[in-house]
Design a protein around this ligand. Structure first.
Ligand code: SF4
Length: 456
């Protein structure tokens, strides 16, 4: 492990796997874990709570099939938990669930420690680390977390575990090399060390939507809270003395401050519009939307897939102002036929307005199926990412991805923060997904009126 100092005055004295995992998502959230006031942290939304509950159920199910031991120690007494875990490993038990690996300031509590053959300081055996995940496919942040645990385990048993593993939603096991991830882990830990020793600023992104620190981060907004700018653009603008929203909103590109600036005029214009969007809590137009030639009659399309396994769950379309057709794909084996039928239906009409993911989702499914390429090509030619067009022309007070988000801002409302799509996809709640698809098609319809502004 690289040298690591917990800064004086920090509110916690341990680095856990959650921080390694969280650092990849938003480094400022980890900084706030150490320096923020925990009382300001918001509880999980009902949707996130349900997703977490599903994850715990899945973990219980997997662990329930294994005859593993679990250390029992008083709450928070991790040194005791670590002693017990070491005792179980020295005994050579088949496996340990929720074992404690503690080498202050690092604390790891992996779901699984599994005994495998091969000598170590423990005896003729050693252990490897695994985590149980609700996702259908492995993610790099999950592997990094297991790599963190593996590093701690390697030091305890005097032998680096040859691999780490993830048990996925369908019960399959995904292995990866711990040695391959070590350089990344070292880099993350040293960046984390540097981050905690200094100051940090928020970065407004999708991750903020369900983050417990969002009230803290948005309480005193400045240039760092403007969505759609990169971290370095924000730093440069702040370094020009334009960090405050009021100053930024009032700046003119021919101001003396702009002389010799490395920030482009276009970026500064977006930043200025972003400052106004945050002050007035409304969408601000930066330029006219670039509407390409359209083919009539206009139609709208939506594709929802499971965020974890990429499987398509719902496809929906509508001729604008007309009736809605929804394909619910309840069985994976029906996916190909539904995609083919849907692409064919869309190829019959004019320009297809969508919110960005439609063509990508269909292309992913069609790539290995030459019989679909003709229809896909026809769809590609007539697809228009309406949300891309909207984001290019307006700046919003928060990141927007769905047409319902953009429409809410245009109508003077803040969009809902709860990610119902992820929940419904996880629960395979087709009625819920269909309801979302219908409201997204409604919003595309209304955005088309507002943005594209052409007769249908
Ligand atoms: S609200 Fe956003 S910037 Fe703030 S900690 Fe959470 S994810 Fe990071």
């Amino acid at each position: 492990m690289p040298p690591f100092r917990i800064p004086t005055g920090a509110r916690r004295d341990r680095v856990t796997g959650s921080q390694v995992y969280g650092f990849v998502k938003c480094e400022h959230s980890v900084w706030l874990d150490f320096h923020g006031d925990p009382a300001e942290r918001l509880p999980h939304s009902a949707a996130v709570e349900r997703l977490l509950e599903h994850g715990r159920d899945h973990e219980d199910q997997i662990v329930g099939t294994l005859d593993y031991r679990e250390p029992a120690y008083p709450v928070g007494k991790f040194a005791e938990g670590a002693d017990q875990t070491r005792g179980l490993l020295e005994e050579g038990v088949l496996g340990v669930s929720q074992g404690v690996l503690f080498e202050p300031p690092f604390l790891g509590i992996p779901d699984l420690l599994r005994r495998v053959d091969g000598a170590s300081d423990l005896g003729d055996w050693h252990y490897v680390v695994g985590d149980v995940k609700s996702s259908w496919r492995p993610r790099s942040d999950q592997a990094l977390q297991v790599s963190f645990y593996s590093e701690l385990l390697g030091r305890l048993q005097g032998r680096e575990p040859p691999y780490g593993f993830l048990i996925l939603r369908d019960g399959s096991e995904e292995r990866f090399s711990v040695a391959d991830l070590r350089p990344v882990l070292k880099e993350v830990l040293s960046e984390l060390d540097e981050l905690l020793a200094g100051e940090s600023r928020p970065h407004h992104s999708w991750a903020c939507r369900e983050c417990g620190w969002r009230d803290t981060c948005s309480s005193d907004p400045d240039v760092h809270w403007i969505p759609g700018l990169t971290r370095s653009e924000k730093r440069l603008i702040a370094a020009m003395g334009l960090g405050g929203l009021a100053q930024l909103a009032a700046v003119h590109t021919d101001d003396r401050k702009m002389e010799g600036s490395v920030v482009s005029e276009a970026t500064l214009e977006r930043a200025r519009a972003g400052a106004r969007a945050l002050i007035d809590r409304e969408a601000v137009r930066v330029r006219p939307p670039r509407v390409p030639d359209l083919m009539h009659p206009l139609q709208a399309g939506v594709a929802y897939r499971d965020g974890f396994d990429r499987r398509l769950l719902v496809l929906a379309r509508r001729s604008l102002g007309g009736t809605t057709v929804v394909h619910r794909i309840e069985r994976a084996e029906d996916e190909d036929a539904a995609v083919l039928a849907f692409a064919g239906e869309l190829a019959e009409g004019g320009t297809v307005l969508h919110s960005g993911s439609l063509v990508r989702a269909i292309r992913e499914r069609a790539i290995d199926r030459p019989e679909t390429w003709g229809r896909l090509e026809a769809l590609d030619l007539r697809a228009l990412d309406l949300m891309g067009l909207v984001r290019g022309a307006w700046v919003f007070p928060a990141p927007v991805s769905l047409p319902t988000d953009a429409l809410a801002w245009f109508e003077g409302r803040a969009p809902a923060t709860e990610d119902r799509l992820a929940l419904y996809a996880d629960e395979r709640d087709f009625a819920g997904l269909e309801e979302l698809a219908r409201s997204e098609l409604d919003a595309l319809d209304q955005l088309a009126d507002r943005v594209v502004g052409v007769p249908q």
